[in-house]
Design a protein. Structure first.
Length: 471
């Protein structure tokens, strides 16, 4: 299995530190708002990685942290006049609900920054003692990046021309302002109620964002681990600073493989909260929440987010979701057809060929676009074989169940239960509205969509009736 490692800019064979086991750290959400679907592109990619590692027989220990104290949280909670822990609570709850909706497997650990301040302080003290960190005039403690010779390696920046002692207090800043960054920020009035004052040697203050992840990963995974992930915006400064802190502290290599997912964009701009061009999962699940006035199936959204390879940018479009909806329906329709064929010609040759192709592409840095192409060829080939005569459909269903352990599209459930009554009613209403508006293309589309899900519509003088065609 090979991965593209941001650290070396090379695709490398994956060799875990301990055979059969993978320690994985994934930077989690900053819980000052609802996560947007750009964030979820990254979390879905990490879930695909996790699931694929498991599919290939590894035991995965995944940590996803929650950043529950940093600049934005402090600013927003003070503006709202609530304690920062109260402020983050609903967003933390929403995050876990959203993960579930997208069928993202739970990580083994979800540490919160506020629960690991002791560990951060231990690291900061050590860095001070080693002379790598220093105290500035206002009492804050900074990391002196010139004391870490390989600083800049992950982000591929050269820091030789830096003005010695230039400092940045914010958690987020650009590459061209690389300089000493804050490990511990001395309290000032803008921090209001947010401070820790029990560490007398450090003084009243709060941790910087970067030390949070260094301390949380160390607490759970140890000084060194296999894979660290995040979106590309995390490469600098966040992950670069994590390396500087952790390696200066432990004297060991922090992480062997760095995997970064490219951004989800909207009309060629990165989707971000600060640009205001973001769409949340909730917007897509609610017909009133988005301009296409559709409620999308969360599995269609998941499929859409995972269907572009993680190393390429992805442009969000509503039409894209509609195409993905059709693609997913093709799979479900195949499975419905196949599950009714209990005896007939073998499909083992197609299953074996497709499985080998799927693994070959996924082993190649999770090349999901090619892996999916192989799976859709399988759909076409099996359909052709069924056109010619009965097949052993059970094998088709079993194979898709196996693949769905990786894709996580809940196909089994879809097949067993079909859509929920209320979703059917909603679609029927939408079809009626489309017909009224003489949008027959859409109305036919809905009929076909429901048909693929095993729902037959009947137009009667009393209105539309529906029934499930197969149990
Ligand atoms: P945040 O809550 O801003 O700390 O971001 C959480 C995760 O989402 C990080 O791994 C980010 O790199 C990632 N992320 C942020 N914006 C995007 C985007 N537009 N597309 C993909 N990933 C993103
Ligand atoms: Zn992090």
């Amino acid at each position: 299995m090979q991965f593209f490692n941001t650290l070396t800019r090379q695709q490398e064979e994956f060799v875990p530190m301990e055979p059969g086991k993978v320690k994985l750290y994934t930077c989690g959400p900053t819980v000052h708002d609802f996560a947007h679907i750009g964030n979820f592109r990254t979390y879905v990619f990490e879930d695909l990685l996790r699931r694929y590692l498991r599919y290939r027989g590894y035991q995965v220990t995944q940590v996803m942290n929650l950043t529950d104290v940093e600049d934005k949280i402090i600013r927003k909670s003070i503006a709202a006049g609530v304690h920062f822990k109260e402020y983050t609570k609903p967003y933390i709850e929403a995050f876990f609900e959203d993960l579930k909706r997208l069928n993202i497997q739970p990580a083994e650990h979800y540490p919160r920054a506020t629960e690991h301040v002791d560990g951060m302080v231990e690291m900061i003290r050590d860095l001070l003692q080693k002379g790598i960190a220093y105290r500035s005039e206002d009492g804050s403690i900074y990391y002196n990046i010139t004391k870490f010779p390989s600083y800049g390696q992950l982000a591929h920046i050269c820091v030789s021309e830096l003005v010695s002692g230039a400092r940045v207090a914010q958690d987020e800043y650009e590459k061209d302002s690389a300089c000493d960054f804050a490990l511990w920020k001395a309290w000032d009035e803008a921090d209001g109620h947010v401070y820790w004052d029990q560490y007398e040697d450090l003084g009243k203050g709060r941790p910087g964002w970067h030390i949070e992840c260094s301390a949380m990963s160390r607490a759970i995974l140890g000084d060194s681990f296999d894979i660290h992930c995040g979106g590309v915006d995390n490469i600098f400064p966040h992950h670069q600073n994590e390396i500087a802190q952790s390696e200066a502290f432990s004297g060991k290599k922090f992480v062997n493989y760095w995997l970064h997912s490219e951004h989800l964009q909207v009309e060629s701009y990165k989707m971000s909260k600060s640009k205001g061009n973001f769409i949340t999962l909730r917007d897509l699940l609610d017909p009133q929440g988005n301009p296409s006035r559709r409620a999308y199936d969360p599995m269609v959204i998941r499929f859409s987010l995972l269907s572009a390879s993680y190393g390429s940018r992805m442009n969000f479009k509503y039409e894209g979701l509609q195409q993905d909806e059709k693609a997913l329906e093709r799979i479900v329709a195949l499975l419905r057809r196949a599950q009714e064929q209990t005896a007939g010609e073998s499909v083992d040759d197609l299953v074996e060929k497709t499985r080998a192709e799927f693994i070959r592409h996924m082993d190649n840095n999770l090349l999901i676009t090619e892996a999916l192409a192989a799976l859709f060829n399988f759909v076409t080939d099996v359909n052709k074989r069924m056109d010619a005569g009965p097949i052993n459909g059970q094998k088709v269903v079993e194979f898709w169940n196996e693949i769905d352990e990786v894709l996580g599209l809940n196909l089994k459930e879809k097949l067993q239960t079909g859509p929920l009554d209320e979703d059917i009613e909603k679609l029927i209403e939408e079809r009626q509205a489309a017909r009224k508006a003489k949008n027959f293309a859409r109305s036919d589309e809905i009929r076909n969509q429901l048909l693929a899900q095993g729902i037959v519509l009947e137009d009667t003088p009393q209105g539309v009736r529906w029934k499930r065609s197969s149990p």
